[in-house]
Write a protein of this length. Structure first.
Length: 533
């Protein structure tokens, strides 16, 4: 512990004692919580009377905010979590109840398990038991602390936590809240996030706390303390974040931020603190511009859950929100006016499309160049954030769909040709249509004051159009073996012919099989032969 932190400790407990004399808020327990705590106290009184049980951290915070919580961590001032969990197992055995959910998480610094923890299920609640602990950071290159093997005082335990609102205790003996930092209750009331110890020292010890502070502030709609923000900008802290924290831990925090109640604000804070280059170092383009962040905000507003509360820590799809920002890293040649026209084309329904135009427009779309940076983006998500391959693909699919839509809009030479290409676009990207639509809409109409309402009206209208029923999973009426038998010679790119046939069937739903055979032999195959040789 550094000298500044030691000086901090000298006066902080005095302030805590003074504040503790003031009226502290009380918690409203559910009947289930009341019963659980009574049983825990009974086990304590009969098996370990020297122990004081305290509920620590997030459960206390959420209960004071009026939010339901089942994240119950119990801190002990005497003994170990494993020893007390054994008392619970003995009580369950004596009561004729089969013990469930008991396991020990051993200390494993390589896996960021800094302290042994015992977990046991009691009365339907998963409980984690640890002893109060203090910590020091002897290795400046590591965020792994040296933890005391014996229980610390409640104040020592509270001061080593990430932020003050996570450092509150609920004493099961006195049924009272304990604010050992002297600031947790005040910060909760002021809706403020700050660290128990000086933020620069706190972040240099464990720079992951920067991301945790941002996450909690954004999810609970709290402000970030000015000193905390200044410390987060410090070059030493940012260097430590890049070198002391594993990519897995960074990815977990980013995922939680973008799944929380305000991912748009989280992305803005990360941008303001210049943290994105540390989070996604493989990408030269990261969320930075106002337009990129506005796009995230628009998508968030469009897909916002209607009934979620702060108790729900996963309100958004983080891949969707990150994709809505990263799509701006791809070259999009179309103007907002051109994009607006392209989106309007989705609502049109041409009465008849000349067959030669259908074939030529289809081949033009199918010859579009592939998005060349797809692997780069997927590798960045997988390696820099350690998100899964499925998550990386979900992000890349949205970006790819947006890029393909813009390309089609920029190169279509007529409304009819564009409509044909949109049939193929829907077949290729229909699975992510609901995700990419608000991104495209913001690109085209983001400046409109009624953009959100206009998008809702567009979606309602689109649901009644022919294109809304087209998807890549649809099978052609004309089976592939039948198509092959119609061809005079083996096709070099049979997959392209299958796609063109799908367009024909979409635009001519009432055509007979004989009509379709005639189209293949007299129009499609000659055009394909002329194109491929």
């Amino acid at each position: 512990m550094r000298a500044g932190a030691l000086r901090w400790r000298q006066w902080r407990p005095q302030l805590a004692r003074r504040l503790s004399q003031q009226a502290a808020p009380t918690l409203s327990l559910t009947p289930a919580e009341t019963k659980l705590f009574q049983v825990l106290q009974f086990i304590k009184d009969t098996s370990a009377p020297e122990v004081t049980l305290r509920v620590a951290g997030g459960w206390v915070r959420d209960k004071l905010l009026g939010l339901p919580s089942d994240d119950i961590d119990i801190a002990l001032d005497v003994g170990t979590g494993e020893a007390f969990a054994q008392h619970i197992l003995a009580f369950q055995n004596a009561s004729g109840v089969s013990p469930k959910g008991f396991y020990i998480v051993k200390k494993n610094t390589d896996a960021s398990k800094h302290l042994a923890c015992a977990t046991v299920k009691l009365l339907g609640h998963d409980l984690d038991f640890v002893h109060l602990r203090s910590e020091t950071y002897a290795d400046p290159t590591s965020r792994i602390p040296i933890l005391s093997d014996t229980p610390a005082t409640p104040t020592e335990d509270a001061l080593r936590r990430d932020i003050t609102i996570n450092a509150l205790f609920f004493n099961l003996s006195t049924m009272a809240i304990e604010d050992c930092t002297g600031e947790g209750l005040a910060d909760l009331a002021a809706k403020r996030v700050r660290t128990p110890l000086p933020p620069l020292e706190t972040f240099l010890d464990d720079p992951l706390r920067v991301l945790r502070a941002i996450r909690f502030a954004c999810h609970y709609h709290f402000s970030l303390d000015d000193a905390l923000l200044e410390a987060a900008k410090d070059a030493r802290v940012q260097d430590a974040l890049g070198h002391k924290v594993s990519r897995e831990r960074i990815g977990i925090e980013v995922r939680k931020m973008l799944a929380g109640s305000d991912p748009g604000r989280a992305m803005r804070v990360l941008t303001d603190l210049a943290l994105w280059p540390l989070l996604l170092p493989r990408l030269t383009c990261v969320p930075s511009s106002a337009h990129m962040l506005d796009s995230v905000g628009f998508v968030q507003q469009h897909v916002a859950p209607t009934s979620a509360t702060l108790a729900n820590k996963a309100q958004y799809d983080p891949t969707h929100l990150l994709a809505s920002a990263l799509v701006h890293c791809v070259e999009l040649p179309a103007t907002s006016t051109l994009l607006g026209d392209a989106l309007a084309t989705l609502l049109t329904e041409p009465s008849e499309v000349p067959l030669t135009d259908l074939v030529n427009a289809s081949f033009e779309f199918l010859s579009q160049p592939m998005w060349r940076d797809q692997k780069l983006f997927m590798d960045a998500i997988k390696d820099d954030l350690k998100w899964s391959k499925a998550e990386a693909k979900a992000i890349a699919d949205v970006i790819d769909a947006a890029q393909s839509f813009v390309q089609a809009a920029a190169h279509a030479h007529s409304p009819t040709a564009h409509y044909v290409q949109l049939v193929l676009w829907r077949r290729a990207h229909g699975a992510v249509f609901e995700k990419v639509l608000p991104v495209l809409w913001h690109l085209a109409h983001g400046d409109r004051p009624d953009a959100k309402e206009a998008l809702a009206a567009f979606q309602a209208a689109f649901a009644t159009r022919r294109l809304s029923h087209i998807a890549g999973a649809m099978r052609n009426r004309l089976p592939t073996p039948h198509l092959q038998r119609l061809l005079q010679k083996k096709a070099k790119k049979l997959s392209e012919l299958i796609e063109v046939v799908a367009v024909y069937e979409a635009l001519y739903p009432d055509a007979s099989i004989e009509d379709e055979e005639l189209f293949v032999q007299s129009v499609l195959e000659p055009a394909h032969t002329a194109r491929t040789g």
